[in-house]
Structure formats: C-alpha cells, structure tokens
Design a protein around this ligand. Structure first.
Ligand code: FES
Length: 117
C-alpha cells in the first residue's frame, strides 16, 4: 500500500543575515514560536519548537547548541536538559521530546516547513 507523503508548506522567517552564527533566534511561524538555529560549524540549520517541555517556558532559542557523539543538540538555558535537533528526543535521560521542523535556505532566505492538514 502506498502511503501519501505530504509536502510541507514552506514559511519564510527572514534572510540568512538576520541569524547569528552558532546561535538561535525565535521566529513566529503560523502562530507558533519556533527556535531557529544557524549551526555554522556544521554548516547546517535546525528548527524546533521554542517551548521547553520541562516547564513549558519559551526558552529553547536561547539554549546552547553543541554536539553529543555527533548528534546536534540544544541544551535548555534553564536546567540544561538537552534535545537532539534532528529527532527532538531528550538526550539527557528524561522522557521529554520536542517537535522539530524541516528547514531550508533558498536565495538567501530561511524557510520553515509546516505540515498543513
Ligand atoms: S525549563 Fe528547560 S530544562 Fe527546565
């Protein structure tokens, strides 16, 4: 049986020049706060929900990005719980997870992919 893979709707969130290297920015995407990370040292970009599932605070865009055994991660600035930026899984041993979003760069603009019903 074939499954239907839906293409996300790509929402522009700003030009590349507005995102600092090795850092995060909070962007409003379709009414949701999304943390956008320009991970220059890996030459990659990542996006995830800005909300930390530990307390519900909107803080992940201010988290520290890094690497755990090759896995790109963000550590929450509040209590340092770490999440994979690829899968959203908590990699510091808790049963939390975060939503991640597809992201792409085209003609100097950053786009976040949102699934629409
Ligand atoms: S609020 Fe993020 S780890 Fe506690």
């Amino acid at each position: 049986m074939n499954s239907i893979v839906k293409e996300p709707v790509w929402i522009p969130v700003g030009p590349v020049s507005e995102f600092s290297e090795e850092g995060g920015v909070c962007a409003q995407v379709d009414g949701t706060q999304v943390a956008v990370f320009r991970f220059s040292s890996r030459n990659e970009w990542f996006a995830c929900e800005n909300r930390c599932p530990h307390t519900g605070d909107m803080v992940l865009s201010r988290g520290m990005i890094g690497d755990s055994k090759g896995e790109p991660k963000v550590a929450c600035p509040m209590h340092k719980k770490s999440f994979s930026l690829r899968t959203g899984e908590c990699i510091s041993g808790d049963e939390y997870s975060i939503k991640t979003y597809p992201i792409h760069i085209e003609d100097g603009m950053v786009y976040i992919g949102i699934e629409k019903p």
